[in-house]
Design a protein around this ligand. Structure first.
Ligand SMILES: NC(=O)c1ccc[n+]([C@@H]2O[C@H](COP(=O)([O-])OP(=O)(O)OC[C@H]3O[C@@H](n4cnc5c(N)ncnc54)[C@H](O)[C@@H]3O)[C@@H](O)[C@H]2O)c1
Length: 313
């Protein structure tokens, strides 16, 4: 089996930059590739910001952080994929864009290099249709922010060889992550759950049951604490399945079942070009540095919770 030393990550956006930081933290040489120079500059800035928080939180020392940063290089030259021992793609979530990318890149890399997509839920089997030697291709679905969240879903497409999916799973363990191997269904597992919550959250706002801020508070101060420690089946077992059965019998029929994007999410994108933190406006306003403030808050709090849950047992 090929030893993995150099990891090339395609797409230096929200995910790719933070994934790069994680590989570098565990000693891998990382090449971050993007078609836009501007994206590479932004990635450098984001990684520095994340590292500042990690140093303040005591997750890495200043020296370790500097070493980590020196292991990451940035490029817009597609030929750099020839240096890869492992490739993860985190470019735009559109099948045509991913197909164009993989058609070219899978021809450039050595034949024994394992290839992964960080797609949030596109079919791994479908992406694999254009890939040279598709048996080495799998899904490696990281969760935002990748340098903090432990879960990675590993997805086997129809053509993925089991031993290659196992290499990906073992690599996740080396990165101190918690991999879960799942089937190639739309959205895999995490996004099927996350978007069930999102659909109901939009529905609650749309029907005037509660505003955006109240929905966020209900999750932060209620469900969130439970779900940080327990899964929904454990929560139900603790609550009593008879109770859960009775609530399901009157509540399921009233829950959201829209089949199209609707409500505030639709308005934000289609009417207001509000993409969230990335362009300064979303469900909330992120002007005047409120974007960086929220990222810093998120990373600080996630790191504290993660230390409590996974390190101080
Ligand atoms: N944002 C999330 O919470 C999240 C979580 C898990 C998975 N993902 C998935 O990860 C992928 C990237 O998401 P993101 O949020 O980082 O997106 P993003 O928009 O922040 O970044 C994507 C980057 O890819 C670059 N890019 C686009 N086409 C390219 C190409 N052909 N070659 C090289 N670079 C290209 C863009 O310039 C951009 O910098 C998507 O598939 C997304 O579904 C996102």
């Amino acid at each position: 089996m090929r030893e993995i030393k150099t990891v090339v990550i395609a797409g230096a956006g929200t995910m790719g930059s933070s994934m790069g930081e994680t590989f570098a933290k565990f000693g891998y040489d990382v090449i971050l590739y993007d078609i836009f120079q501007e994206a590479l500059e932004k990635a450098k800035k984001l990684i520095s910001l994340n590292q500042e928080t990690e140093v303040v939180q005591g997750m890495v020392t200043k020296e370790e952080s500097e070493k980590l940063l020196s292991r990451i290089s940035y490029t817009d030259d597609v030929n750099e994929f020839k240096k890869a021992d492992f490739v993860v793609e985190a470019i735009a979530e559109k099948i045509e864009i991913k197909h164009k990318f993989w058609k070219e890149v899978s021809q450039l890399v050595d034949e024994d290099v394992i290839l992964c997509s960080n797609t949030s839920g596109l079919s791994i089997t479908k992406i694999a249709e254009v890939i040279k030697n598709p048996e080495r291709f799998a899904g490696m679905h990281w969760i935002n922010p990748p340098h903090i969240i432990p879960l990675i879903e590993v997805i086997r497409g129809e053509k993925t060889l089991e031993e290659n999916a196992e290499v990906v799973r073992e690599l996740c363990v080396k990165l101190n992550k918690k991999p879960v191997v799942v089937k190639d269904a739309p959205g895999f597992v995490l996004n099927r759950l996350q978007f069930s919550v999102m659909r109901e959250a939009l529905n609650i706002v749309e029907r005037g049951i509660a505003p955006v801020e109240a929905v966020d508070d209900v999750v932060k101060y209620g469900l969130g604490l439970r779900y940080a420690c327990l899964g929904p089946f454990q929560v139900a077992d603790l609550g009593g399945l008879d109770i859960f059965y009775n609530i399901s019998s009157y509540l399921f029929e009233d829950l959201a079942d829209q089949k199209e994007v609707f409500g505030r999410l639709k308005e934000c994108i289609e009417e207001e070009d509000a993409k969230g933190v990335k362009n300064g406006k979303g469900f909330y306003d992120y002007s005047n540095g409120k974007d960086e403030e929220l990222i810093r808050y998120r990373d600080t709090m996630f790191t504290k919770v993660s230390k409590t849950l996974y390190e101080e047992k």
